[in-house]
Design a protein around this ligand. Structure first.
Ligand SMILES: [Fe+2]
Ligand SMILES: [Fe+2]
Length: 348
């Protein structure tokens, strides 16, 4: 797997110089100790560094699921591109969906730095062997869903992802910095769309409320199962892959979103939602974890459609990948080898 080199810990934002000369750790134990010291020093683990197999597997799984979520996440909003209500809204939505494609590509590249093969990851997605965020298995029934996805789904993604800018794996942490800037823009465009609708007719206001009612609980599920049912959290926190638990992030999202809902003039569909002075946080009602488990394991309203569309797009794109690979071979192979040893006379 990884090379058996152990560079000195580096600061998060320092350029990446050649490893400082030092004695090569003599054993696996020495390499592991160096890895632990790197984590403890808040330095980054880089692709060339030795890392435990468990860390590598965890990072590949997390980054792949994140990449798949970005790519599958293009579908619910892509559904409204041809029906956006104005040229301006269509241009915004197109740009937003393209951003998500870009996020997916960064993340597949980050997974490749760990030795994962992108074709293999795609295969795992389209055969249902790797998961993506449960949220994208819900349908977008009206145009206001575009605004609510920007506000709540990108908002929840920001809560999840800002701490990942300090994730211990360098390529992932650096990808997150740019992705978070774009997610923040997505959230604001969603909120602006909803503000515009809320200044409109009673029918438009009702559409916004209907979207909020449908997306609120699935948004809370985006943070994953409660801490008590999240067996991998402790190890991910120890490796500083994860900085906060699922429940901490969910609470942060609720605390951030309630005042935004008030400013917007919508209600959140939870009668138990109220400020708790003692805790300094909002209390909220019980999440339907049976629904979460059903949706994440394939039983949501759109799981089959999302994966089928991804599979057919992948298959329909085979000729593009073949052409790109042929072009790459042509431009990287020296000309005499290209025409073959007994090839004809050069044509140019
Ligand atoms: Fe994204
Ligand atoms: Fe986004």
């Amino acid at each position: 797997m990884g090379q058996r080199t152990a560079p000195a810990p580096q600061s998060a934002h320092a350029p990446q110089p050649a490893p400082a000369p030092q004695a090569e750790p003599a054993s696996e134990a020495g390499l592991e100790e160096h890895f632990e010291r790197t984590i403890a020093a808040e330095a980054r683990v880089e692709p060339r560094d030795w890392m435990p197999d468990g860390y590598r597997k965890t990072m590949i799984r997390q980054i792949a699921q994140h990449a798949h979520s970005e790519i599958i996440g293009m579908q619910p909003e892509g559904n409204w591109i041809t029906r956006a209500p104005s040229l301006r809204r269509k241009a915004i939505l197109l740009a937003k969906v393209q951003d998500e494609a870009g996020h997916g590509l960064y993340l597949y590249s980050a997974a490749e730095t760990l030795g994962a093969d992108r074709a293999d990851l795609t295969e795992k997605l389209i055969t249902g062997r790797q998961k993506y965020s449960s949220i994208f298995n819900y349908p977008t029934l009206s145009y206001t869903d575009v605004g609510v996805i920007g506000w709540l789904v990108d908002g929840a993604a920001i809560c999840n992802q800002v701490p990942l800018c300090r994730s211990s794996y360098g390529p992932y942490a650096r990808a997150m910095i740019r992705i978070c800037k774009e997610e923040s823009f997505h959230q604001r465009q969603g909120y602006e769309l909803l503000m515009t609708m809320m200044r409109g007719t009673a029918a438009q206001q009702a559409m916004v409320q209907d979207s909020v009612d449908r997306w609120w609980w699935p948004s809370l599920m985006m943070f994953g199962p409660p801490d008590a049912d999240s067996p991998n959290t402790a190890q991910s926190m120890a490796w500083k892959v994860k900085r906060h638990t699922n429940d901490e992030l969910r609470q942060r999202f609720v605390d951030m979103t309630v005042p935004q809902a008030d400013a917007l003039g919508v209600s959140l569909p939870d009668p138990e939602l109220r400020w708790n002075t003692g805790r300094g946080h909002y209390d909220f009602g019980a999440i339907d974890w049976d629904e979460f488990k059903r949706v994440i394991s394939g039983g949501g309203p759109c799981n089959a459609q999302r994966v089928a569309r991804r599979r057919s797009a992948h298959e329909a794109g085979a000729w593009v990948r073949e052409a790109a690979a042929a072009h790459a071979r042509k431009t990287t192979t020296p000309y005499p080898e290209r025409i073959g040893a007994t090839g004809g006379a050069p044509r140019d």
